[in-house]
Design a protein around this ligand. Structure first.
Ligand SMILES: [Zn+2]
Length: 246
């Protein structure tokens, strides 16, 4: 793996990954996909409020917050000083994810860190939360896609509007070269290594076959790109910089 990194002009033993929550403006609803690291990783990370304002919105305007899964870099930004950052939002997540992390039994052992954060950040807004499963819609044109493996309820979302499509793959890929070109390689953050690899290949295969751009939470900013099948079962990531806005 280290030589593979070096051959791709990457440092062999260290990597930088981005964190890119996504805002979707449907014209009538503002939908936030994941919420970043929150206060725990400031000042370098966890600046979602500032980022939203730079994008031209206010947290109060967000109608729906979609959680792809409950890892801290996705639910950390839900609360700000003990109160929801998005005071007017309702929430959507996969029932399997909620049911995995929220039982009291998960508060000890290897699941403790995430489960505790789920208690402080997710459980308080559960009364405003819709639980969905793969195939269900968040709103018309935004559909949940089965993507378990990274976590038990990890979920991707297919977005379609006026014939244009986008696949939010969340954490199905953790790196734009390693995860794409070697989708079978195990990833430390994937709870079910084989399941995550199967999900990775399914989503990348779909995006490549249909020419759908993907939004990948940990891809280099702005975290949108196309994928292209390579010989040998891997995929090449072609980052989008301006192509979609022309
Ligand atoms: Zn993540």
């Amino acid at each position: 793996m280290q030589s593979y990194a070096a051959s791709n002009n990457l440092p062999p033993t260290r990597m930088e990954i981005g964190f890119t929550p996504m805002v979707l403006n449907t014209g009538s609803q503002l939908i936030m996909f994941d919420t970043g690291n929150g206060a725990a990783r400031r000042p370098q990370r966890g600046l979602l409020k500032e980022a939203i304002m730079m994008a031209g919105y206010k947290p109060e305007q967000v109608d729906i917050v979609v959680l792809s899964h409950f890892h801290p870099d996705h639910i950390g930004g839900l609360m700000e000083g003990g109160a929801p950052l998005f005071p007017n939002a309702r929430y959507v997540t996969n029932a399997a994810e909620y049911d995995f992390w929220t039982p009291e039994s998960k508060l000890t052992g290897g699941t403790a860190r995430v489960a505790k954060l789920a208690q402080s950040n997710v459980v308080p807004v559960a009364n405003k939360m819709t639980m969905l499963k793969a195939g269900d819609s968040v709103v018309t044109g935004v559909d949940a896609v089965a993507a378990a493996g990274h976590t038990p309820g990890h979920t991707a979302f297919h977005i379609e509007s006026e014939g244009k499509r986008l696949l939010f793959i969340a954490d199905a890929c953790n790196h734009y070269i390693m995860s794409m070109q070697k989708p079978d390689w195990h990833v430390r953050f994937d709870m079910d290594k084989e399941g995550a690899a199967a999900t990775r290949k399914k989503l990348l295969g779909m995006a490549a076959a249909d020419g759908i751009p993907i939004a990948g939470y940990h891809m280099p900013f702005p975290a949108v790109g196309y994928v292209e099948a390579m010989s040998g079962g891997g995929y090449r990531y072609n980052a989008v910089s301006y192509q979609l806005s022309l």
